[in-house]
Design a protein around this ligand. Structure first.
Ligand code: NAG
Ligand code: NAG
Ligand code: NAG
Ligand code: NAG
Ligand code: NAG
Ligand code: NAG
Length: 294
């Protein structure tokens, strides 16, 4: 930027001497600025490399999936790593089903260009580091089928680009984060088979992009929020095997996009309405077994 500006000033110059002088001063300036850059801060692509190495060092890797993560190969070509074409920044980390064991390093939060984090179906344990909440460009968060414990970091609601959040089949505790209701791009919220407690936030009725809400096999209680009936794109709603009570809100039995509805194994009461066949025109699978519905 700076150099091209100066070149514009140079062009009208007729004498060669000042031209040479200016060229020399430009290269000194460039040299000085790159020197200052090198000493004062780590170049950002280098911080991605360090973060990846730190992530690797916290894991046991029986299949050698991360063997290519060595200094002879640029990190953009390491197995499972995807970089953006222009800036050599990590945009994807995809290491599914590699039998990786250990904790997720907090350094993962340093890869600030990360859009896809897919570590599904490994043996990752301990809690999800809250540093993931710094990944503001994150779109896909797939940590399902591991052994993660602790709670869902509430700060993930800052990741406003989040589209897919899948932590099915872990050992997570605590509540569904209320703040997730601001994730306007969230399409899939999948927390099946964990140890989550508390109520489904009423504000989730604001998740206008939501297509899949999969929260069965937890310990959720309270009533099913009527607000879920206003989700315009919902086609999969699975809340079976929890401790939900009260009636099935009529609004839920009125979602024209709904294809799969599983509310089985709860303490729901009331009765199903005969006109349901008309109000759920897309329904393919409906289960309300093992409740108190007559
Ligand atoms: C970091 O980026 C600079 C400038 O684009 C490049 O010269 C250098 O090779 C990159 N380093 C790594 C480790 O990618
Ligand atoms: C990640 O960033 C934090 C804070 O900027 C820094 O202290 C830490 O050393 C970084 N980790 C790595 C592995 O570079
Ligand atoms: C780095 O990884 C590549 C690919 O797995 C391998 O061929 C190479 O020998 C490795 N280099 C070192 C120094 O380990
Ligand atoms: C999570 O699991 C780790 C070991 O895998 C354990 O040390 C830690 O106490 C557990 N934390 C919680 C909150 O259960
Ligand atoms: C949904 O969002 C609107 C606008 O942001 C807000 O006024 C309303 O309180 C929200 N509804 C719930 C149930 O949180
Ligand atoms: C069901 O949907 C129809 C049409 O969208 C609407 O008029 C009606 O009020 C809804 N009923 C309930 C109980 O939400």
């Amino acid at each position: 930027m700076c150099i091209s500006n100066m070149e514009i000033h140079l062009l009208p110059s007729s004498s060669l001497a000042p031209f040479m002088f200016k060229l020399v001063s430009i290269s000194i300036l460039t040299l000085l600025s790159s020197f200052a850059f090198g000493t004062n801060q780590i170049p950002r692509n280098e911080s991605d490399r360090l973060a990846l190495l730190d992530f690797k060092s916290a894991l046991v890797d029986p299949l050698g999936a991360l063997d290519s993560w060595n200094s002879t190969i640029h990190f953009c070509r390491w197995y499972g790593v995807t970089c953006g074409p222009r800036h050599q920044r990590v945009v994807g980390l995809t290491l599914e089903s590699r039998m990786l064991r250990g904790a997720i390093s907090p350094s993962i939060g340093n890869m600030s260009f990360l859009r896809v984090l897919d570590l599904q179906n490994n043996s990752l344990h301990s809690s999800i580091p809250p540093e993931v909440c710094r990944l503001s460009r994150l779109r896909e968060f797939r940590l399902n089928d591991n052994a993660l414990n602790g709670s869902v970091p509430p700060g993930l609601s800052l990741c406003s680009n989040l589209e897919i959040f899948n932590v099915n089949n872990n050992e997570l505790e605590g509540n569904l984060p209320v703040g997730f209701s601001t994730l306007s791009k969230l399409r899939q919220l999948q927390v099946r088979a964990n140890n989550l407690i508390g109520q489904i936030p009423i504000s989730y009725g604001n998740l206008s992009s939501l297509r899949v809400l999969e929260a069965d096999i937890n310990r959720l209680d309270g009533m099913i929020p009527e607000s879920l009936g206003s989700l315009p794109n919902l086609y999969f709603l699975s809340l079976g095997q929890n401790n939900l009570d009260g009636i099935i809100p009529p609004s839920i039995l009125n979602v024209s996009t709904l294809e799969i509805l599983d509310l089985s194994y709860n303490q729901l009461v009331g009765s199903l309405r005969p006109e349901m066949g008309f109000t759920l025109p897309a329904i393919r699978s409906l289960s309300v077994a093992d409740n108190h519905i007559i």
